[in-house]
Design a protein. Structure first.
Length: 341
């Protein structure tokens, strides 16, 4: 048997945690929920493990195990970097620290955003120091190391050199992850935000059994998701003062004629297949929803529980709309105006 690799790319705010709980874990959601995560029913926000290793036991039955974030993974704890990667980890640390300084200097006038970005970078650096970086998909964090690179804010060519060195290291780590999975015949199923050729390195060599699925967002849905994720991030249980952010907030995004022009759809150009956010949530399209279950080998579960699953997806969407209506009513009304056009 050959190890399979499946990655599904869902933009921030487009329901990646909900989809992980449903499509990735299916009937194993009790084991998949992150109990100490950002679960917040107030704004219909949940947390689930987005990575899953499928182990084939000696009887041929498949057992699904989850990996706990920020700890030595259950399935990888006995594995260490090879000698080359141990050396590379030590060598790359000064590069990552220097890139961190670039981000800090450029983002100095954006306190809240800067604090968030630096926090992600520090997570990456900590994992590299511990020689555990390869054990988890850190792609939602690595991109912050070069977020400002190439913009008019950074003119020092030194940043280009540092970014290339970091990306080369990330590629080696991910290829080692693939190697370990293939050696043990472990299937790796992941939901993330970006294709690794965007978030890690365009030079990353993908396994022959690697397949990818991307969520497509049209222009109206892009606006909707931007404001929905803003509500969910601002209205946490600890920050209920976010109304001022939305006060008199106007829709600022212009509609585009072509879906492929949207920045958020870069994943679709790199992936093997795609699904539509609109069809999944606004239209409750059973074929589109089944496609995600099938991608993670859970099509039988979908077929057996189709009615309940469609109801759960519809409820999640309705609850999201209620959240937007409550916390950003002007945006909610504009979305429905556009939908009626």
């Amino acid at each position: 048997m050959t190890a399979k690799f499946r990655e599904f790319y869902v933009p921030p705010g487009a329901g990646s945690n909900f989809l992980a709980g449903k499509c990735l874990w299916a009937n194993n959601t009790d084991n998949a929920r992150i109990l100490d995560g950002d679960n917040n029913p107030l704004v219909n926000e949940f947390s689930f493990w987005k990575e899953q290793i499928n182990v084939i036991d000696i009887s041929g039955a498949r057992e699904k195990l989850h990996r706990k974030a920020c700890n030595a993974w259950q399935m990888f704890k006995e594995y260490k970097y090879d000698d080359d990667l141990i050396y590379e980890s030590k060598r790359i640390l000064p590069t990552l620290m220097e890139l961190r300084e670039f981000v800090y200097e450029v983002g100095d006038n954006k306190d809240d955003i800067l604090k968030n970005d630096i926090g992600y970078i520090d997570k990456v650096i900590a994992e590299v120091k511990n020689n555990d970086f390869w054990k988890v998909d850190w792609s939602p964090c690595t991109c912050y190391l070069w977020e400002y690179n190439g913009s008019n804010l950074v003119t020092d060519s030194r940043a280009d050199v540092l970014v290339q060195e970091a990306q080369d290291y990330f590629a080696k780590c991910r290829e080692y992850y693939f190697k370990v999975c293939k050696k043990n015949n472990w299937n790796s199923f992941i939901i993330s935000h970006q294709h690794p050729h965007i978030s890690l390195s365009s030079q990353l060599k993908l396994p022959t059994t690697f397949k990818s699925l991307a969520m497509e967002i049209d222009a109206d849905m892009d606006v909707y998701i931007i404001y929905l994720v803003s509500v969910k991030h601002i209205y946490s249980t600890k920050r209920l003062d976010g109304k001022e952010w939305f006060k008199n907030r106007k829709i600022y995004k212009e509609l585009r004629e072509k879906i492929e022009d949207l920045y958020v759809n870069r994943n679709c150009k790199l992936s093997d297949d795609s699904v539509s956010y609109r069809k999944i949530f606004f239209e409750n399209d059973s074929d589109e929803i089944r496609k995600m279950y099938e991608f993670f080998d859970n099509e039988d579960y979908f077929d057996e529980n189709k009615t309940n699953i469609l109801q759960e997806f519809q409820k999640y969407h309705n609850d999201n709309m209620a959240v937007l209506k409550q916390y950003a009513p002007d945006v909610f009304e504009e979305i429905f105006k556009r939908k009626a056009r």
